[in-house]
Design a protein around this ligand. Structure first.
Ligand code: DUC
Ligand code: ZN
Ligand code: ZN
Length: 467
């Protein structure tokens, strides 16, 4: 099957130019001017921008967490992603207690089987330390898993100590595996949480007290120092504040191979949103927590000036009022105390339009940088490039058609995520994905769903680059 996209403006991380694109099967076969091809389906993209499909390097679909399971599974989450212009994501598979890393990956592959509608890979999250786990790291690349995650937070659940962190980094360096890290000092959160609860301070706002910025910065700096010693590549996930990003800057200035991600919600949700009277603030409980508008401006600047390389979502959806109408329990679990709120914010569908509108229209970075932080950089660092993350001959034909003039008001009433609220409710954005193509197939066209369940593919990833 051949498709010829005529008259569009191609935007990559480095170039903006008008050209036609010929797709043969699942791949981009030719890019040029005035292309003609007998028998090809013609799509006219006059007036539209053509960008590589978005790549969300940080999601949690169908994940047990916080006494429940995330509301979006691999079908609803991926379908929502496609509506928002994302064609690939990398989800976190969890090692099970007593299980191996690769068993964790197999478990997550089963969750996606028969449901996937876009392409996906997995990072494996280390939850059960030990020599066998460390030895297993060298086997990951052969299975297409070239990144793992360690937690310095969630004591008693996911957190590992510095012994394990250091050993994992040494093994990862040897195996060419990227170490991703959730940096917050979990010992401190554990102590402060217990003290707050004992004092009866269990309102939503105390979540902020248990997760101060200092412990994010401290853990980030510690992880970066250990990465410097071991020489491993380190990717700090969901960076929220200036204090932590300064550690990143210092690490990079020292020549350590460290990179940083922030997430859409940290640009728009703030401590004051969690301090509102009543329980509404629980919607924004995530770890690390939302910070301040001043931090957000620092994050925008850091994305623009290449201090940070990625914007992902940490999509982790829980209904605000779950546990009814056949839905899983959600945020209401935290009415028993802030420490029981399932942590996470949905956003897999919103990332591209929200970061385009506020970033490009907002004058914070240009459209090429937008492509870099939402698609090309994740593809390069996670070992998907040049198959994914760009528009080039030989790449997968994952293309999102962007109508720069189309306006849309974001709302839970119209979004496709399986969750009853939206972090960007009421936000008017200009610039909207009007067609999403995955490996040559139009899977969303003008808001209409065209994809078959199960057609998304697991992608084996190679070792990625350092940016
Ligand atoms: N933070 C969240 O908010 N949710 C999922 C896991 C995490 O680290
Ligand atoms: Zn995390
Ligand atoms: Zn996460």
């Amino acid at each position: 099957m051949k498709t010829l996209i005529k008259n569009g403006t191609i935007v990559t991380a480095s170039d903006t130019y008008k050209a036609d694109i010929l797709i043969e099967g699942e791949k981009i076969a030719l890019i040029g001017n005035d292309l003609k091809e007998d028998g090809a389906e013609i799509i006219d993209a006059e007036g539209l921008v053509l960008m590589p499909g978005g790549i969300d390097g940080h999601t949690h679909l169908d994940m047990p967490f916080g006494g429940t399971t995330t509301a979006d599974d691999f079908f609803t989450g991926q379908r929502a992603a496609a509506f928002g212009g994302t064609t690939t994501h990398i989800d976190f598979a969890l090692q099970q207690k007593g299980g191996t890393l690769l068993e964790g990956v197999e478990m997550w592959k089963k969750k996606a089987e028969g449901k996937a509608v876009i392409d996906y890979g997995f990072h494996i999250a280390v939850t059960d330390p030990g020599e066998a786990m460390v030895r297993e790291i060298e086997k990951l690349p052969a299975a297409g898993i070239t990144s793992l995650k360690v937690f310095q937070q969630y004591k008693g659940l996911f957190m590992v100590d510095d012994t394990t962190l250091f050993q994992v980094m040494q093994a990862a360096k040897k195996a060419g595996v990227l170490v991703m890290i959730h940096s917050e000092n979990g010992d401190v959160t554990d102590i402060v949480t217990k003290q707050l609860v004992a004092a009866g301070k269990t309102d939503v706002k105390y979540h902020l007290v248990a997760h101060p910025r200092e412990i994010e910065a401290e853990a980030t700096g510690r992880a970066i120092a250990l990465a410097g010693v071991t020489g491993c590549k380190l990717y700090v996930v969901h960076m929220t504040c200036e204090d932590a990003v300064l550690e990143m800057k210092l690490g990079r200035a020292r020549g350590y191979k460290v990179m940083g991600e922030t997430c859409t919600q940290y640009m728009f949700k703030f401590e004051d949103d969690m301090r509102v009277p009543g329980y509404e603030g629980a919607k924004w409980a995530c770890g690390p927590p939302v910070r301040t508008p001043k931090d957000a401006e620092y994050l925008w600047k850091s994305l623009a000036d290449t201090t940070l390389q990625f914007v992902a979502t940490d999509h982790c959806s829980f209904d605000f009022e779950g546990g009814k109408n056949g839905k899983k329990p959600g945020k209401e679990l935290g009415k028993a105390g802030f420490h029981k709120i399932p942590n996470g914010i949905p956003g897999i569908e919103d990332r591209m339009p929200v970061m385009y509108h506020n970033g490009v229209n907002g004058g914070r970075y240009d459209i090429n940088r937008f492509v870099a932080i939402t698609a090309t950089n994740p593809a390069k660092v996670h070992g998907l490039y040049p198959k994914k993350g760009t528009i080039a001959v030989g790449s997968d034909a994952d293309i999102v058609f962007w109508d720069l003039n189309k306006e849309h008001t974001i709302s839970a009433k119209t979004h496709h995520m399986n969750v009853d609220y939206n972090a960007y409710e009421g936000m008017k954005v200009k610039g909207w994905p009007v067609r999403t193509i995955l490996r040559g197939k139009s899977i969303v066209v003008d808001g209409e769903w065209k994809q078959e369940k199960g057609a998304g593919q697991f992608i084996k990833r190679h070792s990625g680059e350092f940016l």
